[in-house]
Design a protein. Structure first.
Length: 471
């Protein structure tokens, strides 16, 4: 992980966690990624460093040897691999890009980690752990016999420690049409710190719920998490800056574990998560294998499920709308939720008619919702929830999510987030969004829109002309 460009640690912790289950319809069973195999990859990184001056730093032999070894493993497993070279102040560096040659190439799910160490040590936790975990997940996927819906791609980044140079080079040299195909980038940078925390990136600009899915996964394993704002400290930043959805996990670096964190995670309060961060002692003994095991299984969970996620947003079926009062022209009739959300105020236009649902726009910490129960026929062969949405915001930061609206299905005691839109999705013209709800055929569920706003600067989410249609 790169040193912070901000004062202090450059990290903001947000206590608590959202407990939403996976938003991936038809989620597959999560794999058990081998910690034994992953540890063997780390042993190899240590051996490479030991044989090459004690490090795997960009421009030095240990880094190129690491890249060549990772590429060879992926080649053997059947991936289409590329060794992408680029220049740095320390010499030539390389990204290893590996793509599984199956699945829809118009919808790409990507996971990555930085492969380089600092010059002072072998970089086993930072970031041999992320690289070993991503590598073992890639190898396990190749051996699993899975048939992916989406194209799966992995990136092992060079020169992260010099300023995220490898990931920036990769993203900035992709044609715009190819960047647009990347639906999600997952980043794993330090996942086996010896005094570990369990942090999930508080970072999801395109709003597909990946952050919440990571939290829900750890919760299902009885592991509490905290949100963390990683800012520009790792390789997700290059993707996030272009509006690509990102998520990731982190076990801690030079920050100090609090008493409250030690109570829920174990370990030692008052000490760094990784006392060997960016030091020569970041070697094969600088690991917590319990953290490594949990985190690599989380990588597997996300890869297995998001390669099957339905990213299509085609037009909804043309059947009759199953919702009552879908354009809100009868006010709050048939809808339940926060009083005053459905309005004919002229401050924000409706998509059609005069009424619409206006969530948030308060400029203070609030939560608002509206919903309606709907029965989806068991005979449906296609079922979609569509809505028209307009988003305006006073938020000025271009890469941070502050305010959100979630499109949810409530099925008994289970709430599933199908899509999330935020202040980053600002569009003062209405756009239509469509999500697949065929997984709920034969059920009576509640369609719900949940808006959440932080303590300052308004974001208005205006929703109109909602439809649930089937064929």
């Amino acid at each position: 992980m790169r040193k912070s460009l901000y004062s202090g640690l450059g990290i903001v912790l947000v206590a608590g966690a959202l407990l939403a289950p996976s938003n991936v319809a038809g989620a597959v069973e999560s794999p058990d990624i081998s910690v034994t195999n992953t540890k063997a990859h780390l042993d190899q990184f240590q051996s490479i460093a030991t044989s090459n001056g004690g490090n795997r730093y960009t421009g030095r032999p240990g880094y190129k040897a690491s890249a060549d070894w990772v590429k060879a493993k992926l080649d053997t497993a059947g991936y289409t691999t590329t060794l992408q070279s680029f220049s740095t102040s320390a010499g030539t560096s390389y990204n290893v890009i590996a793509e599984w040659p199956h699945g829809d190439a118009n919808h790409v799910v990507m996971a990555g980690s930085h492969l380089d160490s600092v010059s002072s040590g072998p970089g086993i936790n930072d970031n041999g752990t992320g690289s070993a975990g991503v590598l073992e997940t890639a190898l396990a996927y190749a051996a699993s016999g899975q048939t992916p819906r989406n194209r799966l791609r992995f990136g092992f980044w060079g020169a992260e420690e010099l300023g995220l140079l490898g990931s920036k080079y990769y993203v900035n040299n992709l044609p715009a049409a190819e960047r647009d195909k990347i639906e999600l980038y997952l980043n794993f940078d330090m996942i086996a710190s010896p005094n570990p925390g369990y942090f999930v990136y508080d970072d999801n600009p395109a709003g597909n719920g990946a952050r919440d899915d990571l939290v829900a996964y750890f919760t299902s394993k009885s592991v509490q998490t905290e949100f963390i704002d990683v800012q520009g400290r790792s390789d997700h930043a290059a993707f996030r800056s272009l509006g690509i959805a990102t998520a990731g996990t982190f076990s801690g670096a030079e920050g100090t574990k609090t008493s409250a964190q030690a109570a829920k995670w174990g370990g030692t309060a008052g000490q760094a998560y990784d006392p060997c961060y960016h030091r020569s002692c970041d070697n094969i003994n600088n690991l917590n294998l319990t953290s490594l095991d949990r985190q690599i299984d989380a990588i597997g969970h996300m890869v297995w499920n998001y390669t099957q996620k339905d990213y299509s947003e085609g037009p909804p079926p043309t059947g009759d709308n199953l919702l009552q009062n879908p354009g809100f022209e009868s006010g709050a009739a048939n809808w339940t939720g926060t009083t005053g959300v459905i309005t004919n105020s002229t401050s924000r236009p409706a998509h059609g008619g005069s009424y619409k649902a206006w969530l948030q726009g308060n400029g203070r910490t609030t939560t608002e919702n509206i919903g309606q129960s709907v029965a989806i026929p068991s005979t449906a062969t296609a079922a979609s929830l569509s809505l028209w949405i307009r988003i305006d915001t006073a938020e000025t930061t271009g890469s941070t999510v502050y305010d959100t609206v979630k499109v949810q299905i409530v099925d008994g005691s289970t709430t599933t987030t199908l899509a999330t839109y935020s202040n980053l999705n600002k569009n003062t013209s209405y756009v239509q969004k469509t999500v697949n709800v065929l997984a709920y055929k034969g059920k009576t569920v509640t369609v719900r829109f949940l808006g959440q706003e932080d303590s300052s600067l308004q974001t208005s989410f205006v929703i109109d002309d909602v439809a649930v249609t089937t064929s």
